[in-house]
Design a protein around this ligand. Structure first.
Ligand code: ADP
Ligand code: MG
Length: 257
């Protein structure tokens, strides 16, 4: 069973002429196959820095990241196994290329498809798995011809192309229309079940964290201040900061923040 085990992860940002700034301070958690862990906290608390460290976009200052017990995060295996979905699907897609191109690249780069027909069939299958149909029409479109929700579905399909085992979703719906947020979260939830994915769901929305995650961690100024089963943390918060987050949150996940 896949696990991504993070121990005492610490990330300092070096800023010119200033002391290093500790954005993430000794954070530990485990992502398990088929489970969703939510990382919640207000803007600036360090959530994206955790994701960047796990996706190797920033180098941890200290701490360890182990995938199935191995701490080699620099190799191809790790890169394939750990995929990301970001907040802004438009920024993460190339306007010059059609949707097929966005999916073909990771399929070929990771050896999940051979060229030609095989790749085209796998592109169609990926589009179907995120409910983008008719596949042939969608494949030919450019990102600007799709809605925000459709673009995020493409970004999810692209993350699935390498057949990852861990999915890091950094505020995956916060830029989308309120009316389609739950649909996209529902899609991620279905994919988690079907593919036994270990999911890290980063959000500032406690309501959806409670609904979609088994466990919740609350981050404040780089540290995890509270964690536990979702219901417990959100309905009976122990930490003052969690209480404030809960009080500030809209009562329903459907409301814009
Ligand atoms: P969140 O995702 O919770 O909003 P981030 O991880 O993006 O938080 O940022 C955490 C803190 O680190 C913030 O104070 C932010 O200003 C700072 N920070 C983020 N990226 C950099 C960077 N490249 N250089 C310096 N400071 C940064
Ligand atoms: Mg962020």
């Amino acid at each position: 069973m896949t696990t991504l085990e993070v121990t005492d992860l610490t990330v300092d940002y070096r800023r010119r002429g200033q002391r290093p700034f500790r954005a993430v301070d000794r954070v530990s958690f485990t992502l398990r196959a088929g489970r969703t862990l939510a990382l919640v906290g207000q803007s600036g608390s360090g959530k994206s820095t955790v994701v960047r460290a796990l996706s190797r976009l920033v180098r941890p200052t200290s701490g360890s990241i182990r995938l199935d017990g191995r701490n080699r995060t620099s190799g191809r295996d790790y890169r394939r196994a750990v995929q990301m979905v970001f907040q802004d699907p438009f920024a993460s897609l190339n306007p010059a290329h059609d949707i097929a191109h966005h999916l073909r690249r990771p399929l070929l780069a990771t050896g999940r498809a051979n060229g030609g027909r095989d790749a085209e069939e796998k592109i169609a299958a990926l589009l179907r798995s995120v409910n983008l149909t008719p596949e042939a029409d969608i494949a030919r479109k450019r990102p600007h011809e799709l809605s925000g929700g459709q673009r995020q579905r493409v970004a999810i399909a692209r993350a699935l192309a390498p057949e990852p085992r861990v999915l890091l979703a950094d505020e995956p719906v916060s830029m989308l229309d309120v009316s389609i947020r739950l649909e996209i979260l529902g899609l991620l939830d279905r994919l988690r079940t079907e593919r036994e994915l270990a999911v890290l769901y980063v959000t500032h929305d406690l309501a959806t964290a409670r609904h979609f995650a088994d466990e919740v961690m609350v981050m404040y100024r780089g540290e995890i201040v509270e964690r536990g089963p979702s219901d417990e943390v959100i309905l009976r918060p122990k930490h003052e900061y969690t209480r404030r987050l809960a009080a500030a949150a809209p009562r329903s996940g459907r409301t814009a923040s």
